[in-house]
Structures are given as structure tokens and as C-alpha cells.
Design a protein. Structure first.
Length: 217
């Protein structure tokens, strides 16, 4: 596990950002620690290494999304990982979906403080209104099978609108292989897996297609 990634020089040795972007991430981190005292934004056992466990973990996804021109939806954004981090890294058209109202207030505060252009949806994933989307991200929310179910429910709201199957970019922990195995029993998925720079047992799953998801074209 990486530790002490708490300076600009150390951070960019893993993922490059401009100093201006790092300063915004630094402000995000300081505000997160402040708010954590009153509401539970992140796990208590990750407070001491937020830069590695949350910020760098999220930032490593940027190389996969930098060429995406359409909408990106972040399912279950929580305290803004990975969606808010990716937006601060200058990615436009990101939609954060979070059902907890207090967390949404926090996300709005971060967006204001960092002058980040982002759309926040205070609702459950199942209740999200349909929008055309090129890519869906998610981190530490649910099993792969459950995430594909959320995608299924969302795409079925297209109501005849032309919607290509979006790319899916999920950060998964050490159970990723068993989750893929369980999903493969009912779905055929086309995907690539990449190592995580923050978790030697974790993987980044980049899914390009899932067969037999019933969505309307």
C-alpha cells in the first residue's frame, strides 16, 4: 500500500496534475476532514491516509476517461470519489448520483470552493432520470452483479431514445475475480482489467459490453 502521498511532488509521481489542480484537491481534502467531524463521509480507518485511499485511487481513472466527450455518470458518489476528483481534474459533463442529502450538500460545497463545473443528482440510482451517457463510473458501492442491475434499470428508461451501451469503469477490490465469475453465469461481458496503483489486490475493470441486458433502443 502506498503511504504519505501528501505533497504535490509525491502525488504527481503517480498521477500527473497541474499545481493548480493539486491545490484544488488539497482544498477538497482539507474540507473533507473538517466535515468528517460532523457527518460520516468516509470510513474512519481511512482518515489518516485519505490521499492514497481516496484521492489517488480516484485520480488513477483519469487516463481512461480523458478522451470521453459525452456525459459521464458516477453511481453512488458518496464524498465525491471518483467523480468529483475527476471533475476537478478538468473533466466536463460529469454527473454525480448520491441519495444522501447531507453528502450532496458537501459535494455542492466542494464544487463551489474549487470552482468545479459538475451536476449533482440527489436521488437513488434507480430514480435517476435518463440522460444519454458515454461512460458510467463507480467505486466501492456494490457487487458487480448489482452494478450491472443498476445499469440495466437506468438504460431501460431510454424510452426509445438512441443510446449506445455505455462503457463501464469500476474500481473493485480483491473480490473482483469472484464477482466476475458470478456475473459470467448469467451475462457475457467484454472487459479489460488493469492493476490498481493503490491496492495490489484490487483491479480497475473497463467493461465495453454486456450481452443480454434488456434495454430499449
Amino acid at each position: 500500500m502506498l503511504t504519505n502521498i501528501d505533497t504535490y511532488e509525491k502525488f504527481i509521481s503517480h498521477v500527473f496534475v497541474s499545481r493548480e489542480t493539486y491545490e484544488k484537491l488539497f482544498l477538497f481534502q482539507k474540507t473533507l476532514i473538517k466535515w468528517q467531524k460532523s457527518i460520516n463521509l468516509i470510513s474512519k480507518n481511512t482518515i489518516e491516509n485519505t490521499w492514497e485511499r481516496h484521492f489517488l485511487d480516484s485520480a488513477q481513472l483519469y487516463k481512461f476517461i480523458r478522451d470521453i466527450e459525452g456525459n459521464i455518470i458516477d453511481f453512488g458518489s458518496g464524498a465525491g470519489f471518483p467523480g468529483m476528483v475527476l471533475a476537478i481534474m478538468s473533466k466536463k459533463n460529469i454527473h454525480l448520483v448520491e441519495s444522501d442529502n447531507k453528502k450532496c450538500v458537501f459535494l455542492k460545497e466542494i464544487a463551489m470552493l474549487t470552482e468545479t463545473d459538475i451536476t449533482i443528482h440527489n436521488c437513488r440510482i434507480e430514480d435517476l432520470d435518463f440522460i444519454n451517457v458515454d461512460l458510467i463510473t463507480c467505486r466501492a458501492l456494490a457487487s458487480l452483479k448489482k452494478l450491472i442491475h443498476y445499469v440495466d434499470v437506468f438504460l431501460n428508461k431510454s424510452l426509445g431514445e438512441k443510446q449506445q451501451f455505455p462503457k463501464l469503469l469500476f474500481l473493485k477490490g480483491k473480490s473482483y475475480y469472484s464477482e466476475i465469475f458470478e456475473l459470467s453465469k448469467i451475462k457475457k461481458i467484454s472487459f479489460e482489467e488493469f492493476p490498481s496503483i493503490t491496492d495490489k489486490e484490487g483491479r480497475i475493470l473497463y467493461i465495453s459490453k454486456v450481452d443480454n441486458i434488456n434495454f430499449k433502443k
